[in-house]
Design a protein around this ligand. Structure first.
Ligand code: ASP
Ligand code: MG
Length: 464
């Protein structure tokens, strides 16, 4: 079971988390908990690291004090037993002293390396795990807290976005965690952080706690991985846009990955990989409404619901670039050139479309990169005789309609586009991969929300 930052934001919430664990474990069903830092702490640590690099001692002193107070308050709220409270307090104090030393070191050196940055940001989880573990003991449940490294998660030394060494990890996790489970204890593992083979602290990338949970689940061959969060699972649409949006009861890994890419839940891009590989179902559940079964993510092709369309999402803050010129027709290498130029500039392309006439290529990229993308393309391409024009529009958004069941189902595209047309909304660009897992198209930004609502209604997603 993984608990995100908002689920462990305060001592009271941590008590709630401990109760959820207690209610769901039994003698023949052990639980491993994976926890994030208290809400907001990772961001504060990143800021503190930056301030340390600039030599801002004052900020560090103030930050240390605030961090200490917040965690000590949390300990008090979360743990009632005096001895257990003291124990957790000692760990918190010792770790914050260590953090202060690391930050002071950065001030002296005046340099923040990816390695020292990882050490700093690992402290959020290193502070939350002992508190959750203490709260469990407070409920009479035997428990032990471990860092990702202590638990046995091993990565390469690509600090900041470390790559998992799964075979070694599986061996070590089994060796370290299984004996605890056998004793009836609940291991509380820090999410997000791991270690190299030499024991240096690494992190798995932002939002990495979900990934930790599926790594642990896969290594221990768990029955299920539960991601406890603050929403009722994956939704048919953003409820802020479509008030009648519903939780999707069951979805495949493939679909869920697409959904998370499109921002239905901010998840680590590799978060589902280990579970998918091992065929372990992942359940996304709401800590604040534990009676709701949430969304179950199952193997591809195993979903019981055979609906064509499962969800419709809106991707904002994007822009379209269209490169045109009759000279591109039948000129091999044009697309390659466009992609090469953007790739070299580290500009990620979200969506591509080119018609068979080859007279233009349209691309969707993140809006913040638009200026850089256009000037790079102009420098590289204009003046060549085959490119006539590079145009861009930044007041647009992408609507993505998802569902594995759309594959081979005629009429889905026509229903999508007629429902949009009925609203008098113009479609600027369309892409559908031959996987038929999603249809993505671009409309003006002002039409985005209405487009999502029209499609949600057309496919009756609120009644599924
Ligand atoms: N605390 C880390 C972050 O904020 C990891 C996580 O919460 O998943 O990115
Ligand atoms: Mg988080």
């Amino acid at each position: 079971m993984k608990f995100g930052g908002s689920s462990v934001a305060t001592g009271e919430k941590i008590r709630h988390v401990a109760k959820l664990i207690a209610d769901n474990r039994s003698d023949d069903c052990g639980v491993v908990a994976v926890v994030s830092a208290l809400e907001g702490v990772t961001n504060q640590l990143i800021q503190a690291a930056e301030e340390a690099k600039k030599g801002n001692r004052e900020h560090i002193g103030k930050f240390k004090q605030e961090l200490l107070e917040r965690h000590l308050t949390t300990v008090k709220e979360a743990i009632k037993d005096k001895q257990l409270e003291d124990d957790a307090e000692q760990v918190v104090k010792a770790r914050i002293t260590e953090l202060e030393q690391v930050l002071t070191g950065i001030v002296y050196v005046g340099e923040l390396t990816p390695k020292s940055r990882d050490t700093v940001i690992s402290f959020g989880e290193r502070l939350s795990a002992p508190i959750v573990s203490g709260a469990l003991k407070d409920l009479g449940i035997s428990s032990q807290h471990l860092t990702g490294g202590e638990a046995g998660i091993v990565t390469d030394n690509n600090f900041g976005e470390a790559g998992l060494l799964m075979n070694f990890t599986k061996f070590q996790l089994t060796k370290n965690i299984e004996p605890l489970l056998k004793k009836g204890a609940v291991p509380v593992v820090t999410g997000f952080i791991a270690a190299t083979q030499d024991g240096e602290t690494t992190t798995l990338g932002r939002g990495g706690s979900d990934y930790t949970a599926t790594i642990v689940g896969a290594a221990l061959e768990a029955d299920e991985v539960w991601i406890w969060t603050d929403v009722d699972g994956l939704m048919t649409a953003d409820p802020k846009i479509v008030p009648e949006a519903k939780t999707i009861p069951e979805i495949s890994f493939q679909e869920a990955t697409e959904l998370t890419i499109f921002g239905a839940k901010a998840m680590h891009p590799r978060a589902l990989e280990p579970a998918r590989k091992e065929g372990i179902p992942v359940r996304i559940r709401n800590v604040f409404s534990p009676d709701n079964p949430g969304t179950l993510i199952v193997q591809d092709g195993q979903t019981k619901t055979k609906d064509g369309v499962k969800a419709v999402t809106l991707v904002r803050n994007v822009a379209v670039i269209t490169i045109s010129g009759a000279g591109m027709v039948g000129a091999p290498g044009t697309a390659a050139k466009v992609f090469e130029v953007l790739g070299k500039e580290n500009i990620n392309i979200l969506m591509i479309s080119q018609s068979v006439s080859e007279a233009d290529i349209s691309l969707v990229i993140q809006r913040s990169l638009l200026e850089r993308a256009v000037s790079t393309l102009e420098i590289a391409l204009l003046g060549r005789d085959f490119i006539r024009e590079i145009m861009s529009e930044d007041d647009v958004c992408v609507v993505a309609v998802l569902g594995a069941g759309m594959k081979g189902m005629p009429g889905v595209a026509s229903r999508i586009f007629s429902s949009v047309a009925q609203k008098g909304i113009n479609v600027l660009m369309i892409a559908q991969g031959s996987s038929e897992l999603n249809v993505s198209f671009v409309v003006k930004e002002k039409d985005g929300a209405e487009t999502v609502r029209a499609i949600h209604k057309e496919f009756k997603l609120s009644t599924k």
